[in-house]
Design a protein around this ligand. Structure first.
Ligand SMILES: [Fe+2]
Ligand SMILES: [Fe+2]
Length: 333
């Protein structure tokens, strides 16, 4: 997901060793507050490993929101009607807002937005693997809203109760907007699926390509996700990757059926005993190759972000010059 742990095994082990070496009385009191479901606020004591985990997760989430604008931006000039164009622009603008709330939340932990952005541009920071896939036909815009934003909601609703206050509060607003995104995507898919034969084929093609990458958004299976236990103890995370993935699949299959579309998984079937859908194997080799930077659009995405940053340099300079001038006249007065 936007917030999945994408560190290497070695990095995780190093972080864990550091965390264990530092346990003191403050940490015990801190854990007691977490167990009591209290929010941790920026000026409160927190273990260094908790701070580091949050910075990594919130920054990765922020980067995902910002990079996530690119596959959809690709279709703004080609939206088939004014109504669709307005909806798409509004959605993309929301994502920019999500990125900004999240960079602000990360800044309360003592990092600067400039440093985080630089890490992204240098390829040192991760963002969700899903945004390295191309958006090839107009129905992809529906599939992204329906599946990608749908998966985002599944992951982010529990984050409204995550233990770090500024992150949790940012998530409340983000989730309201994500819900609009999911619905507009589904409504677009419905229009395509109930349209001409060619439109229905476009919708099916989009579902075929976005289904598996959407399931990968929840991150590696629980048995490979060593980080989950610590994040659950800190209540940063409240459900495991597999639990969230299952919840998303169970909610989405009836929606696909209502569209008259078929999910590209021959092993998918309802399991009466479990009360959940069983599903086929996910191609984790593909997932890790995208994490490593080999996604189809990986290079383009970072180039686009760097270009946007460079093109906006004059705006930042003008804002700084204006602020300096304001301060000067305030001092004179
Ligand atoms: Fe978002
Ligand atoms: Fe969204």
């Amino acid at each position: 997901m936007y917030t999945t742990d994408l560190r290497t095994k070695e990095q995780k082990q190093k972080d864990q060793r550091e965390a264990i070496a530092q346990v003191g009385e403050d940490d015990i009191a801190f854990q007691a507050r977490i167990d009591d479901d209290q929010f941790i606020e920026p000026k409160d004591y927190m273990p260094e490993a908790y701070r580091k985990t949050l910075i990594r997760q919130i920054a990765q989430h922020a980067h995902s929101e910002i990079v996530g604008m690119l596959p959809e931006g690709n279709w703004v000039t080609r939206a088939p009607s004014l109504r669709r164009k307005l909806i798409l622009i509004a959605k993309i603008q929301d994502e920019a807002g999500h990125g900004l709330y999240l960079y602000s939340a990360a800044e309360t932990l003592g990092v600067s937005r400039d440093d985080l952005v630089q890490q992204l541009h240098e390829g040192k920071a991760k963002y969700s693997t899903i945004f390295n896939y191309p958006s090839l036909n107009w129905a992809d815009i529906g599939a992204i809203g329906w599946l990608v934003d749908g998966a985002a909601i599944t992951n982010q609703i529990p984050l409204c109760r995550t233990s770090y206050g500024p992150y949790a509060r940012a998530m409340v607003r983000v989730c309201k907007e994500e819900s609009f995104h999911q619905r507009q995507g589904y409504e677009l898919m419905m229009a395509m699926a109930k349209g001409s034969e060619a439109q229905k084929q476009m919708a099916q093609d989009a579902l075929n390509r976005w289904w598996w990458p959407s399931l990968m958004m929840f991150g590696p299976p629980d048995e490979e996700s060593t980080h989950t236990a610590q994040s659950m103890a800190w209540k940063i995370k409240r459900f495991t990757n597999d639990e969230l993935r299952q919840r998303f699949i169970d909610a989405t299959i009836p929606q696909a059926e209502a569209l008259g579309l078929t999910v590209p998984d021959p092993d998918l079937k309802w399991n009466e005993e479990r009360g959940h859908y069983d599903y086929g194997d996910i191609d984790w080799d593909e997932f890790w190759s995208v994490v490593r930077g080999d996604g189809i659009c990986a290079r383009d995405r970072i180039q686009a972000r760097v270009k946007a940053y460079d093109d906006g340099a004059w705006v930042r300079e003008a804002a700084e010059a204006y602020a300096a001038k304001q301060q000067q006249s305030a001092e004179v007065a």
